[in-house]
Design a protein around this ligand. Structure first.
Ligand SMILES: NC(=O)c1ccc[n+]([C@@H]2O[C@H](COP(=O)([O-])OP(=O)(O)OC[C@H]3O[C@@H](n4cnc5c(N)ncnc54)[C@H](O)[C@@H]3O)[C@@H](O)[C@H]2O)c1
Length: 414
């Protein structure tokens, strides 16, 4: 495990504890031990704390820290999960893949297509899985949305909006160490970029990306750190009709907002409208002295909740954890799901899963690369640029208003 921050604590930690207690079982690969063997982080302090607090609930893992932590850790493991800040995924994943380890990366996988090409090539050369986590694809509401699309009930998506607003405590507390120069869209709009690309693709093509945003709360009002971002991405269907999606993100929502994260989507089709609210799914609760700060008024128990089960056990479950378990099932299937001589066939089947394979993350990474370039241009005093996808001049081409020159961000086709 590389990176022991918020997402480790929320999702990986409970999964490793469950796997330590129950192991992993499926009919095709049998009973497989999955243990947290080693961790790598910057300072090692969270690893030390976790080692003490979790003694007996996970394996006695080795805690590596400092600049060589990842290299030092690699000989001890078969698979690696990368949950470092988003601009530090690439290097960690590159080292792990190069060492022949299966890799799972937190979203966004990487920040540009050049990095994506390098990682996917390495995974092929070494014969391992390189996967990315987009847990929203496992949200039952999004699974149902896609089921209706696959079954032809919802016809031809035309446009839509998505919004994801995080509280100020995220940008001001937990992320304060690495947030300088970063933006909330790369961090969370990717959930929706991927949802849209995966749910309504792959027959269509990504065409253009634009973005703008606001500064001044997390950092200076003319600096590189963004409070909120509005992104628009446009696809073209095979029939030539365009589909446009607006994704609004923020990490400066007041902390006393009634939910931890405000999340809503609306998609309009030729014959339908789909509107989903990921927070207001039915529960509204108010407790004196606790809501809305310590507890929220409209909790999402589907993502990740702690429960007393009817049979008395305490549990932690939800799609945020399910999606990680699924990665270990895919690794176990490759390694133990049949004869050794057929491993390549199993590997290929798992690499063909477009929901999480890095090779299928091209459009999402392309939008992130475009967004980062547009915002960087804005910081230099040139707002309003646009990225064209797979045009005459290249795969990703940045065009600035009032300027005839363009900048090729990625030359090959996206
Ligand atoms: N799936 C989700 O919904 C979700 C939610 C939150 C975060 N994330 C993703 O998880 C990743 C981490 O986010 P977080 O919220 O846990 O962040 P965090 O700031 O809480 O934790 C980051 C961790 O990475 C470690 N780290 C930083 N640089 C490192 C390096 N070079 N080598 C090794 N370790 C390093 C830090 O020591 C820390 O343990 C991000 O990519 C983020 O987008 C995903």
């Amino acid at each position: 495990m590389i990176g022991l921050g918020m997402i480790f604590d929320e999702t990986y930690r409970p999964l490793f504890e469950q796997l330590h207690a129950d192991k992993l079982y499926r009919g095709d690969f049998g009973l497989v031990d999955v243990e947290l063997a080693a961790v790598a982080s910057r300072t090692g302090s969270r690893g030390e704390r976790y080692k003490k607090s979790a003694a007996g609930r996970v394996a006695d893992f080795v805690n590596f820290a400092g600049p060589d932590a990842v290299r030092d850790m690699l000989p001890r493991v078969d698979a690696v999960c990368v949950a470092t800040p988003d601009d530090r995924h690439h290097e960690a994943a590159r080292l792990a893949l190069d060492a022949g380890k299966h890799v799972l990366i937190e979203k966004p996988s990487v920040l540009n297509l050049q990095q994506l090409d390098e990682l996917t090539a390495l995974a092929r050369q070494r014969g391992v899985l390189a996967k990315v986590v987009y847990h929203k694809l496992a949200d039952p509401d999004h699974k149902k949305l896609r089921t209706y699309v696959v079954d032809g009930l919802l016809k031809h998506v035309n446009n839509g909006y998505c919004t994801l607003l995080e509280p100020k405590s995220i940008s001001g507390g937990q992320f304060a160490e690495w947030i300088k120069g970063r933006n909330p869209a790369t961090y969370v709009a990717v959930h929706y970029i991927k949802l849209i690309d995966f749910t309504f693709g792959p027959a269509w093509a990504l065409r253009r990306i634009t973005a703008t945003g606001q500064r001044g709360l997390v950092g200076d009002d003319d600096g590189p750190t963004w409070d909120s971002v509005q992104l628009q991405m446009i696809y073209v269907h095979p029939d030539g009709r365009e589909a446009a999606f607006d994704i609004h993100t923020s990490w400066v929502t007041p902390d006393n907002f009634p939910g931890y994260v405000e999340q809503e989507v609306q998609f309009r089709f030729d014959n339908a409208v789909w509107l989903a609210h990921q927070r207001k799914r039915g529960v509204e609760v108010c407790v004196e002295g606790k809501t809305p700060l310590e507890m929220k008024n409209t909790p999402n128990h589907h993502y990740n909740g702690t429960f007393v089960e009817p049979w008395g056990e305490r549990s932690q479950r939800g799609y945020g954890i399910e999606i990680l378990r699924r990665f270990f099932e895919e690794v176990a299937f490759v390694e133990f799901g049949g004869a050794a001589a057929e491993r390549n066939g199993r590997l290929q089947r798992m690499q063909e899963l477009t929901y999480n394979d890095l090779s299928a993350d091209r459009n999402t990474v392309a939008v992130v690369q475009a967004l980062e370039a547009i915002l960087a241009r804005h910081v230099r005093g040139e707002p309003g640029s646009m990225v064209e996808v797979n045009g005459a001049k290249g795969g990703l081409v940045l065009r600035m208003p009032g300027q005839s020159k363009e900048i090729v961000l990625y030359a090959d086709p996206v």
